[in-house]
Structure formats: structure tokens, C-alpha cells
Design a binder for this molecule. Structure first.
Ligand code: COA
Ligand code: ZN
Length: 335
């Protein structure tokens, strides 16, 4: 290949890559579920409802309100039905909830849930620890949920595939493991998939590759990316996903979050950091940062622990400061 040919090829490659990059993203705020499920301080029902209501005013596409899981497994969300019943539903916002089994579906339907987020792990040991089932048992359970949901009429059923980028017990997870589960669940009626980096093991090139392979095997099926910042790579991973065409992101206000069955798992990617980064790049998130930052300021009191937050401390990128007073003396002519 001549240098000219190489230059033209690289220009057309970057043009086609650029065409992937969307000018908007949708943010799914998962703090009330992924965040609160792991907090030691019990957040009372009124406060949960108030949190979701406040988040509803920020412009999120979706809010994951709670999970209809066993109260023995996740005691912090034992009041799921009451929360879902009492929230003020803002038109245009999709209110979702995590559902691991048919019992969870029944509870979700009783109180009205716009979209279900079914869950199973990509890796065997994490599935057994988190859901007390083998992956084959989970698959059968999720297929029963999908069948029962279809009988209720159109009810979107996304599936979150945990540990899609690595398992804290089994180590690396082969992309084929994830793709195979997604294919089987799509055949059974799943309407979308969330690739979850449950314990923050993902790295950017890996994220890009798996997202691209999902698009190849299930073209047009919506993919959401769910990142944890355990090893400081969450924003880099989000950027990598966006660069290959992903437009849906899970995130938790204040970086709340974790997985009760994944030792060492820390918070989700901070919603405010994700929104700030994309807005800086001119990508529309739909989310208003000012009311969101007000909510984030109140989170330490809600969960009764400090939540270090660089963005709150520094302010947004163009938050400027008065120049030092001595500058006027040192440069009197400058005006
Ligand atoms: N909602 C409410 N209660 C439920 C339930 C649900 N979705 N599923 C099961 N239960 C109850 C059962 O009725 C039973 O109650 P009992 O002891 O009073 O009879 C008890 O929980 C145990 O039921 P069983 O079917 O044996 O469940 P299990 O103990 O094998 O646990 C799950 C399986 C999936 C229910 C449980 O592991 C779970 O909820 N995991 C969620 C994990 C999670 O959310 N992790 C974080 C997100 S990735
Ligand atoms: Zn998570």
C-alpha cells in the first residue's frame, strides 16, 4: 500500500468510526437500586421515594427504582413494592426494577413497572453466589419470566448480564460465554441487554470489542453498559463504549453502589461525572447537572457515610475563580 492509499484508508476508517459516535446518550440512573442495595445504613421508605422523585426531575431516560429480590438476600430493598407504588411518575421517564425470578415478576406487576431488568451472571460461580442458582437454572427462570411477561402484554424485558468482563471468582470471562447467553435470551424474548462490569474488571479495549461483537450477533438489539469504578477505569470504559456506538449507560449518582456478592466491588460510575464528561464533548445526555449535583450533595446524609466527590469539590470544568489580587499590582497595564 502506498503512503497515499494508507492515508486515504485511515481517513475513511476514521470517518466510518466517527459515524458510529452518537450525539446523544441515554442515562439510566441506578443509584436507588444498585446504590442502596449495599448500604449498611437503612434508608427509610420515605427517603427512597423522595430520592426517586428528585431524580425524576433531572431528565433521566430511565430510573432503576428498586429490585424485587428476596428480602433475605437484599434486606435494604425489602420495601420495593411500597417504593414503586409511592413514587411520582414523571411522563417520559421509564421506571424499571431488577427482577431475578418469577416471584419477583409477580411483585413487579402488582405495583406497575414500566420495564423489567432481569438478571443473571455470565460466570458460573458468581451466578451461584448471587442468585443461588446455576446458570442453566437462571436461564430457565428468566425464560419463564419472559414467557409470563409476554402474556401480560407488551412489557419490555432487558437482561443484565453480570460479570460480563470478568468474574471475581472465576477470573476472565470469554466473550463467547456472554454472547451465547445473550443469543439464547434474545430467542426467548429479551428486548435488550446490559453488559455489566459488576466488579470493575473491564478495560477499554475489552469493552469496545464486546460491544461490537454484541452488535454483530444481535444487530439492532439495544445494548446498555453498566460500569463500576473499582479500578478507576469506569469513565475510560464509558468512552470506549460510546466510540463503538453504545448510547445507553447505567450510572449511579454520587458513585453509590456495589455488589453484595462480589468482594471488593465498589461504586458504579458516578452519574454526574459521566454526564459532565459527555456534555463537555457536546454529547447530549438529557440530564440537568445542577439539580443532580444538589441531590449528590445530600447523599452522604442519606447513606450516613462520606462520599468523596472530586467533581463536587472542584466544580464543573468552566467553574472559574477570581484571579489573585496581586496580579493587578504586578501587571497594572493589563486590563
Ligand atoms: N421476592 C420476594 N421474596 C422472594 C423472592 C422475590 N423475588 N424470591 C424468593 N423469595 C423468598 C421465598 O418466598 C422464600 O421465602 P421463605 O423463606 O419465607 O419461604 C425465600 O425468599 C427463599 O426463596 P428461594 O426461592 O429458596 O430463594 P433463594 O434463597 O434460593 O434465593 C433469589 C434466590 C434469586 C431469590 C435470591 O438469591 C435473590 O433475591 N438474589 C438477588 C441478588 C441481587 O439482587 N444481587 C444484586 C444485584 S446483581
Ligand atoms: Zn452494578
Amino acid at each position: 500500500m502506498t503512503q497515499e492509499e494508507a492515508a486515504s484508508r485511515s481517513a475513511s476508517e476514521s470517518a466510518s468510526r466517527a459515524a458510529y459516535k452518537s450525539t446523544y446518550i441515554q442515562v439510566n440512573e441506578v443509584g436507588p437500586r444498585d446504590g442502596l442495595q449495599i448500604e449498611k445504613a437503612m434508608v427509610d421508605t420515605d427517603a427512597k421515594v423522595a430520592l426517586v422523585d428528585a431524580l425524576s426531575e433531572c431528565g433521566f431516560a430511565r430510573i432503576e427504582v428498586t429490585s424485587f429480590t428476596s428480602p433475605k438476600a437484599i434486606p435494604a430493598l425489602a420495601d420495593a413494592q411500597e417504593v414503586m407504588r409511592r413514587i411520582r411518575r414523571k411522563p417520559g421517564v421509564i421506571y424499571t426494577a431488577l427482577v431475578p425470578n418469577v416471584r419477583g415478576l409477580e411483585r413487579a406487576l402488582e405495583v406497575g413497572t414500566d420495564e423489567l431488568n432481569l438478571v443473571m451472571s455470565s460466570s458460573e460461580t458468581h451466578n451461584r453466589a448471587n442468585l443461588r442458582m446455576t446458570r442453566e437454572q437462571s436461564l430457565a427462570e428468566l425464560k419463564s419470566i419472559l414467557r409470563a411477561a409476554a402474556e401480560q402484554g407488551p412489557l419490555p424485558c432487558n437482561v443484565s448480564l453480570s460479570t460480563a468482563f470478568g468474574c471475581p471468582f472465576d477470573g476472565d470471562v470469554a466473550p463467547t460465554q456472554v454472547l451465547d447467553l445473550a443469543l439464547r435470551l434474545a430467542e426467548a424474548g429479551a428486548t435488550g441487554f446490559t453488559l455489566c462490569d459488576t466488579t470493575g474488571m473491564a478495560y477499554p479495549t475489552q469493552v469496545a470489542e464486546l460491544c461490537q461483537r454484541m452488535e454483530t450477533v444481535l444487530p439492532g438489539v439495544p445494548v446498555t453498559i453498566h460500569l463500576h469504578n473499582t479500578r478507576g477505569m469506569a469513565l475510560a470504559n464509558a468512552l470506549a463504549a460510546w466510540q463503538v456506538g453504545v448510547t445507553r449507560f447505567d450510572a449511579a449518582a454520587g458513585g453509590l453502589g456495589g455488589c453484595p456478592y462480589a468482594p471488593g466491588a465498589s461504586g458504579n460510575v458516578n452519574t454526574e461525572e459521566l454526564v459532565h464528561m459527555f456534555e463537555c464533548m457536546g454529547v447530549d445526555t438529557g440530564v440537568a447537572l445542577t439539580p443532580l449535583m444538589d441531590i449528590v450533595r445530600g447523599l452522604p446524609a442519606l447513606v450516613q457515610r462520606a462520599l468523596p466527590n472530586p467533581l463536587l469539590a472542584a466544580g464543573t470544568r468552566l467553574h472559574t475563580h477570581p484571579a489573585p489580587a496581586w496580579l493587578a499590582e504586578r501587571f497594572p497595564a493589563a486590563s
